[in-house]
Design a protein around this ligand. Structure first.
Ligand code: GCV
Length: 674
């Protein structure tokens, strides 16, 4: 199957690199990244090799350690000749792609030095061995499934669909993917779903390990370390033991031989990603042990090889009784992990979702970030748009993610933004970073909605550059992806994308209350879909008001998990940022917001406005026909029609629901289905 080049079209790359003479110095030929650099220059970029420095117009030079990190690079121009320098081959690969990007985007290359602010910049795949992708909206897995097939639905019958050889074997696509990821600085990848089902539990042993070795080999050439998700009960499920108790010597002995055998085949293997004691997955708590006991047992086996354990902090009670108002899912991550601070080994990393619930369109920062002081953390983002329109509805999500990474935590350090804290409050700065759940699949354009490519691009860019903003990222992506898009047409696409996250929020759940989606699939409106369910995601609407009281004074006390001044700000309605009002408070419908409108009127206004904006997007998109390759234009045009219907359904159900609850009419007299 064919695939689009996304932001790395050979047309652009060759227009910048083609015909240039490279002189490469100081690299070690036994290193896979070095070999890859030569192939990239000659085969992918269309450059040539100069035999002598005086013939060259571009120099790639490994230098002796004067840059900030082994991934930093420097670009400078001297008498019209470009110099790219770095301490390692990997840094030079980043420098090469950094230079191509900067040249294509007409950014300065005379003197430019770049160092990533996050050490680990990881993509997590929720791909499964039968070819399906949990929460995937872009076709089947690029790693697993039958060659040529792209139609698997996730019916969760994995054992019945075990394949002889689950690996898809489309290595050209994997290579292109690795290149795309490296070009935006990604240096780690998780190859399989954190819910380790069916045959996936056997990826850690032969014969399936063989396929992992092949994939890891490709990623390694691009400086990307491979990780595998493991089932905590593997000693039972794979090893035939009777227990997976982390403190049982037979259990750790079993894991030891698994780990040693993996490193024999993949010496640069990154380690294990573990979802334990969460949403039905097995874990150490089943044996009366702690998360630290479980994580450290694995960490000690990986440590001699330089590997890490990425332990997910997404742990909560998913059998909550909705009648029990003393429980609050938002508290879970903090309550489960804060007392374990300082108890995790140095090669354990807690992977924490950015918000306390689950990738909703509006959440506050997870309070664990900034309060775990002696534990390595990674912030987790969801590039795949599970709750954000599933790559049907348009959602350029960088404004939201950056509001999380730049969130001021109030911690007394020089740079107290959430993202900056990770390497400051930890036991090993090299073991902190960002992880994003992949949004790619076998669709020709990789991401279902072509414009969703920008989120993958943006995740890489924001993981590397701590000072970049959503507009600059979009600007780069548009230049690289649609080089012919200019003038008014470009302004229109820019406007649509930059406002799309807010628009989605406008027509979906209001002011941070979240989860008014259809249960299970999580696309489309169902105001009470989760209200009387076990998942702990409630809005508590009644005839007086809506929202979750999480105050210390009268609610769940979640506000107390924050440091001052946030714990005080969130405690009172008046000082809570308005976009999070219903996350923290149960608010009456006639409460007056900052703009003078009542809460109920705000709900009506934003929902009418959300649909209006989508309709405006449709007419703007019609106006750019001809400025964008027709298949991409049609891809988005179809989805905008579906988004319009979705937005209308959200508007009408939400407005009707709250009208019936409150009995308060829209002051502008618009149509609400009473
Ligand atoms: C991989 C949410 C999603 C699940 C996902 C889970 C997680 O609950 O709906 O599909 O499981 O998050 O992050 O582990």
């Amino acid at each position: 199957m064919m695939f689009e080049p996304m932001w790395l079209s050979s047309r652009i790359v060759r227009s910048i690199v083609g015909g240039r003479q490279f002189f490469i110095e100081g690299l070690d030929f036994n290193d896979p990244v070095t070999a890859r650099i030569y192939r990239e220059i000659l085969a992918f970029c269309g450059g040539r090799l100069a035999l002598r420095p005086d013939q060259a117009d571009l120099f790639l030079t490994k230098v002796g350690g004067f840059l900030d990190s082994d991934e930093s690079y420097r670009i400078h121009t001297d008498a019209g000749r470009i110099h790219i320098e770095g301490n390692t081959s990997k840094a030079l690969l980043y420098g090469l792609y950094g230079w191509i990007r900067r040249a294509a985007c007409q950014q300065e290359v005379d003197e430019y030095t770049s160092t990533p602010w996050q050490a680990i910049r990881m993509i997590d795949h929720w791909d499964q061995l039968d070819g399906s992708v949990e929460r995937g909206y872009s076709g089947e897995s690029i790693f697993y499934g039958c060659p040529g097939s792209n139609s698997h639905q996730d019916f969760r019958q994995f054992s019945q669909r075990a394949l002889q050889n689950p690996f898809r074997g489309d290595l050209a696509r994997v290579e292109a993917y690795a290149r795309l990821l490296a070009s935006v600085g990604i240096n780690a990848i998780g190859l399989n779903n954190v819910n380790v089902r069916g045959q996936a539990k056997n990826l850690i042993v032969e014969p399936l390990l063989d396929g992992v070795v092949t994939l890891a080999g490709i990623f390694l050439q691009f400086g990307i370390k491979t990780y595998l998700s493991v089932n905590f009960a593997s000693p039972i499920l794979v090893g035939g033991l009777t227990t997976a108790d982390p403190l049982n010597p037979e259990v750790s002995a079993w894991w030891r031989q698994v780990v040693d055998a993996i490193y024999e085949r993949i010496p640069k293997f990154g380690g294990f990603l573990v979802k334990a004691d969460a949403e039905g997955e097995p874990g150490p708590m089943q044996y009366g042990r702690t998360h630290a006991d479980g994580a450290n047992m694995l960490a000690r086996l990986l440590e001699p090889h330089g590997g890490s354990v990425l332990w997910r902090a997404f742990v909560y009670d998913c059998h909550q009784d909705w009648r029990n108002r003393s429980l609050d899912r938002a508290r879970s991550t903090f309550d489960n992990f804060i007392d374990l601070d300082g108890h995790f080994d140095q090669n354990v990393i807690l992977q924490v979702k950015f918000g306390p619930i689950d990738f909703q369109v509006r959440e506050p920062l997870n309070p664990l970030i900034g309060q775990m002081r002696h534990t390595n953390l990674m912030m987790e983002f969801q590039i795949t748009a599970e709750y954000l329109g599933q790559q049907v509805d348009l959602n350029y999500v960088l404004p939201q993610w950056l509001s999380m990474t730049n969130w001021e935590t109030g911690v007394q350090v020089e740079d107290s933004r959430a993202g900056a804290l990770l390497p400051q409050l930890c036991t090993d700065p090299a073991r902190t970073g960002f992880a994003g759940v992949s949004n790619v699949g076998m669709d020709e354009n990789w991401t279902g909605n072509t414009l969703a490519q920008a989120n993958l691009y943006g995740f890489g860019r924001m993981s590397w550059d701590g000072d970049i903003d959503a507009e600059s990222i979009l600007d780069e992506w548009l230049t690289l992806t649609f080089p012919d898009l200019q003038g008014e047409a470009r302004k229109s696409v820019n406007h649509i994308m930059l406002t799309s996250n807010q628009t989605f929020e406008d027509y979906s759940a209001p002011l941070g209350v979240g989860f008014m989606v259809k249960p299970g699939i999580h696309y489309g409106v169902d105001v009470n879909g989760y209200e009387y369910d076990r998942w702990g995601t409630y809005h508590f609407a009644d005839r007086n008001g809506v929202g979750v009281d999480r105050t210390r004074a009268t609610g769940s006390g979640f506000t107390g998990q924050y440091l001052p001044p946030l714990r005080e700000e969130f405690e009172k309605k008046e000082t809570t940022p308005e976009e999070l009002l219903l996350f923290f408070h149960h608010v009456s419908y006639d409460y007056i917001l900052h703009d003078g409108e009542t809460l109920i009127q705000h709900i009506y206004n934003t929902h009418f406005e959300g649909v209006r904006k989508v309709e405006q997007y449709i007419s703007l998109w019609n106006s750019v026909r001809g400025s964008i390759p027709i298949e991409d234009w049609e891809n988005v045009a179809h989805r905008l029609q579906a988004q319009r219907l979705n937005a209308i359904e959200w508007r009408d159900q939400v407005n009707t629901y709250f009208y019936r609850m409150s009995g308060l009419p829209d002051k502008y007299g618009r149509l609400i289905y009473a």
